[in-house]
Design a protein around this ligand. Structure first.
Ligand code: MSP
Length: 514
């Protein structure tokens, strides 16, 4: 196991406001980063997010808003930064592709690849999709109506001189690399998808330039005054420009990119090819070794009915609206619990309310509240000691002893956010069942004080252990649990998750400040 951990999210286009799909990747990455900080120490974890600010999409959005591209990106980037803060995203750095450190590294990378002969000039003639910023081959184009195979929007025929990156030279190397590094592309179906694509198709070289006459909002090509860099070649480099640089001899140096670091790129499945094909080849061509434990994990999409949630489809939901209405932690919990990471999921407020009422109000909230109430009632707020446990109690103790490793491995080894939460909730369910079966009021009546003490102390231990594991997912809830259960005594607060009455308006029952 590597002893350092570097996790990234995609850098988001700033042509529109962030929606639930964007927040999903950042919440997942944040949860992993928080978890890894606990196991490796906070100095050994680096969490990067940021914004993708060049390209035609951005230039077009800027033109439409009447601002210069720079003014436009400066304005929109604050929406992303503010949202991450609001959602408790603990990124260590935020990279913008318009920053000097990034532009310098991209320029150096282009020079190095050009000097090596991996970039060449050629005439391009063919179809181009502006919204996707993609060239489409003749076979891909949906010929009848001349539309893009990815987004179905109209495409343009263009003819121009451009620069190309020799992807095709590295196809065999990449196949070998993927085959000898199982777990590099995850989940497994995505690895299969990439491998079969690579085995069935000959890679075409990647066009990495755009003529300035068509687009000038980009990083200038150091070897051609007439061109800027294609936005994807520029964007992928953020993962190394944020954490290191090339030295004079062209060697890339970074604390977060070496054999002792696990590098994890979380992405949506829509950008798998860029991360699992272009990116490893770019690194290899630049002489940058791929860390042994590098992972590209492609998660699924949040859907609205049959459609992907996206700006172009006009069906987006704003993360802040949901977090304001249901609480930040509820929102984080819902996204990571409701859908296995890797699969698509349907978004609806009914599903949030369902999760809230069953898992948060009924299971966790109820366990916390009834335990606090019993400590008040039977022990005047003092947390009792553990004296002796019955069989059921011993099983519960064993379950919470195993909890950190089991729920932690599901997270850090499997990226199974939902199963990790499910494992935590197993312990919570065991404790709730224990309350129902033990009937503590009878123990009190029969004056079985030692049994009552042990019983309650065990509930406290379940809550503390669950609170620790919940922490990366729901940081505010973990703090609130810690505050309510002190070392020796309790400090009862408001119920953590008062049930949402589905007949009245959902937010009318939520306490202030959540
Ligand atoms: N700028 C590029 C990424 C460059 S990374 C070097 C980009 N930006 S994006 O803003 O269009 O989308 C970024 C990511 O947002 C997607 O890959 C995905 O992670 C997330 N999502 C966008 N819509 C989504 C859903 N409906 N559902 C889940 N995530 C999706 O692509």
């Amino acid at each position: 196991m590597a002893n350092k951990f570097y996790i990234t999210t995609p850098i988001y286009y700033v042509n529109a406001s962030p929606h639930i799909g964007h927040s999903y990747t950042n919440i997942a990455a944040d949860t992993l980063a928080r978890h890894m900080r606990k196991s490796l120490g906070k100095d050994n974890v680096w969490f990067l997010t940021g914004t993708d600010e060049h390209g035609q999409k951005i230039q077009k959005a800027a033109d439409e808003s009447g601002l210069s591209p720079q003014q436009f990106v400066d304005k929109v980037v604050t929406q992303f930064k503010d949202l991450w803060q609001k959602l408790n995203i603990s990124n260590d750095d935020f990279i913008r592709t318009t920053e000097k450190r990034h532009i310098q590294t991209v320029t150096r990378a282009l020079e190095i690849a050009y000097a090596k002969g991996d970039i060449y000039q050629a005439q391009y003639e063919g179809w181009y999709c502006v919204p996707c910023e993609n060239f489409c081959t003749e076979t891909q184009v949906q010929v009848e109506d001349k539309t893009c195979p990815d987004c179905n929007r109209p495409i343009d025929k263009i003819s121009e001189t451009n620069y190309f990156f020799k992807l095709s030279n590295y196809q065999d190397w990449l196949i070998k690399h993927i085959e000898s590094n199982p777990g590099f592309i995850r989940p497994q179906i995505r690895e299969n998808e990439v491998l079969s694509f690579l085995k069935l198709n000959k890679l075409t070289d990647l066009c990495i330039s755009r003529p300035k006459e068509r687009l000038n909002w980009g990083i200038p090509l150091p070897f051609s005054p007439e061109h800027v860099t294609y936005v994807w070649f520029d964007a992928l480099i953020n993962y190394i420009s944020a954490v290191g640089s090339f030295d004079n001899s062209g060697r890339y140096v970074s604390k977060w990119w070496d054999k002792d670091t696990q590098v994890v790129h979380l992405i949506g499945k829509d950008i798998l090819r860029h991360h699992a094909v272009y990116w490893p080849i770019m690194l290899h061509a630049l002489g940058i070794e791929l860390p042994k434990e590098m992972v590209v994990f492609a998660h699924g999409w949040w859907m609205m009915g049959q459609d992907k949630m996206s700006k172009s489809r006009g069906n987006v939901v704003a993360p802040l609206d949901m977090a304001d209405k249901y609480g930040i932690d509820t929102y984080r919990y819902f996204l990571l619990r409701d859908v296995p990471f890797g699969l698509d999921g349907n978004f609806s407020e009914e599903s949030i309310i369902k999760r809230f009422n069953s898992d948060l109000a009924n299971d966790l909230g109820n366990l916390v509240y009834r335990t606090l109430t019993m400590i008040e009632k039977y022990f005047q707020g003092q947390i009792p000691g553990l004296v002796a446990l019955d069989e059921q109690g011993k099983n519960i103790l064993a379950s919470i002893k195993a909890l950190p490793k089991e729920s932690g491995d599901l997270l850090s080894l499997n990226f199974s956010f939902s199963l990790s939460l499910e494992r935590i909730w197993n312990s919570i369910a065991m404790a709730n069942k224990y309350v129902e079966e033990t009937k503590p009021w009878n123990l009190a009546k029969e004056n079985k004080i030692d049994e009552l003490k042990s019983f309650i102390r065990l509930l406290v231990e379940v809550i503390r252990a669950s609170g620790d594991e919940i922490d990366p997912f729901m940081p505010q809830t973990a703090v609130s649990i810690k505050e309510q259960f002190g070392k020796k005594e309790i400090k009862k607060g408001n119920p953590l998750f008062p049930r949402i009455d589905t007949k009245s308006k959902p937010n009318s029952r939520l306490p202030a400040g959540r």
